[in-house]
Design a protein around this ligand. Structure first.
Ligand code: ADP
Length: 458
């Protein structure tokens, strides 16, 4: 079993991992930037070591520095959390060269799945349905346009190495192709240092439905059901729920079995996610695999009773999965709201600063994963998500009511947050009835996000 774990991350996910380790008797080492000396993860871990200045590039993304910290602190494993180095195959490879276990899949699997064009090819070869699109990465707009003309408009131009909704454009007409492609490509190059793109059919307002996978090193692969993450702003998830209110038991079985096949085709190990778009007619298409723990893992934990971080650590320690597919059952309904330090009235601009008053809701079925405390100063350098509010109830209706009540009780003063925006989503009639798709925010809050939409890349 892992004895001492270094957490190469910050914020609520680092805190989440530290808590799991404490329960398992694993010692923890936090790494922190100069801006995070007072951060909760720094204070909670058994040991903490400063790895550099404020900017992520020099701290949480500094591979050599993090590995040196692991060696000095005698950690035998590194958990990368999500974001930062979690999907960096070079980092995973460097860990193994230093005889430190990287909590995640093999580096080759990370690079194959991290390139969406490559991942599509792997999935097509395994007979997994993918969104119709180009077979190979595309670098010249003329070639992309030929593909788009063949597929039929509207199409989506995407960055092969994309993530976080960057480098993505919808093209509705052939005459706009060149300019849209080139803009997306420029954005891609700036964000990922690579100009490989691909083109796929744009599915109008689908649902985003993803399956949680667990796989051990002995070839056992199971799924833990799905999450509906259709409520998105700028292709970034805001509210998630499990299970998806729109699929039947039969459909769950088919999609789950497909997700397991996809993970096997990828040669996957540890916790991962297979993302699908679900069209209105029930057809579904693979869009990508995330080779790490997800922000929204807590709702799967709520409906399955399985602790995903502990499972990750058990798998990384070389243990076989403790359960088979037939042991997994989905109970009740869970919803997560991501609370971000941002100002909806000013185009959701990040709103760092000091939290002057904080009150958390509680009660049966309410969970908060957070990195903030009273008097904590949210630094301006990192992701603006500061808190995840997760509720569980025996039915969707009760979960929606519980979330409204919890959001109503949550107090965060001193900084702007999207709390009221989340409350309005939860109170909308269509949300209440489970009528959601990826166009929900645009169609229901278009006015409020209009200024923002004009600036949006899509
Ligand atoms: P990223 O890795 O940048 O998050 P994804 O490929 O996961 O990008 O897509 C993010 C979101 O963008 C999806 O959840 C969906 O809302 C939208 N999207 C992606 N591809 C398509 C498509 N072909 N048609 C319609 N929407 C899409």
């Amino acid at each position: 079993m892992i004895q001492k774990l270094l957490i190469a991350n910050r914020g609520e996910i680092a805190v989440r991992i530290i808590r799991a380790c404490r329960e398992m008797g694993i010692k923890t080492v936090a790494v922190y930037s100069r801006a995070d000396a007072d951060a909760l993860h720094t204070l909670l871990a058994d040991e903490a070591i400063c790895i550099g200045p404020e900017s992520s590039r020099d701290s949480y993304l500094n591979m050599e520095q993090i590995l040196s910290a692991a060696v000095v602190m005698k950690a035998d494993a590194i958990h990368p959390g999500f974001g930062f180095l979690s999907e960096n195959s070079r980092f995973a490879r460097m860990c193994s060269q230093c005889h430190i276990k990287f909590v995640g899949p093999d580096p080759d699997v990370i690079s194959r799945m991290g390139n969406k064009a490559e991942a599509r090819k792997t999935m097509m070869a395994a007979g997994i349905p993918v969104v119709p699109g180009s077979r190979e990465p595309v670098r010249e707009w003329q070639e992309g346009q030929r593909e788009a003309d063949r597929i039929g408009y509207p199409v989506m131009v995407k960055a092969a190495l994309g993530g976080g909704g960057k480098g993505m454009r919808i093209v509705r007409d052939s005459k706009d192709f060149q300019s849209q492609f080139q803009m997306a490509q420029r954005e891609t190059e700036a964000a990922f240092g690579d100009d490989n793109m691909y083109v796929e059919k744009y599915i109008e307002n689908p649902r985003h439905v993803e399956f949680q996978i667990l796989a051990d090193e002995f070839g056992n692969v199971i799924h833990l059901g799905e999450r509906d993450c259709s409520i998105q702003r700028r292709h970034q998830k805001l509210v998630e729920e499990a299970p998806c209110p729109a699929i039947s038991e039969k459909q769950r079985e088919i999609m789950g079995e497909t997700a397991v096949r996809a993970a096997k085709a990828a040669g996957y190990e540890n916790a991962g996610t297979i993302e699908f778009l679900l069209d209105k007619d029930g057809s579904f298409y693979f869009i990508e695999m995330n080779t790490r723990i997800q922000v929204e893992h807590g709702i799967t934990e709520a409906v399955t009773g399985i602790d995903l971080i502990k499972e990750q650590l058990r798998i990384a320690s070389g243990l076989p999965l403790a359960f088979r597919q037939e042991d997994v059952s989905i109970r009740g309904h869970a919803i997560e709201c991501r609370i971000n330090a941002e100002n909806p009235a000013r185009n959701f601009m990040p709103s760092p600063g000091t939290v002057t008053n904080l009150h958390f809701p509680g009660g049966n079925g309410v969970r908060i994963d957070s990195a903030v405390y009273n008097g904590y100063t949210v630094p301006p350098y990192y992701d603006s998500m500061i808190l995840k509010l997760i509720v569980w109830a025996s039915s969707r209706e009760d979960a929606v009511r519980k979330m409204r009540s919890a959001l109503g009780e949550l107090v965060i003063e001193g900084i702007h947050t999207n709390l009221d925006f989340q409350y309005d989503i939860l109170c909308s009639r269509d949300y209440e009835e489970g009528k959601v798709d990826t166009g929900f925010i645009e169609s229901h809050f278009g006015q409020r996000t209009e200024k923002d939409a004009r600036k949006s890349p899509v």
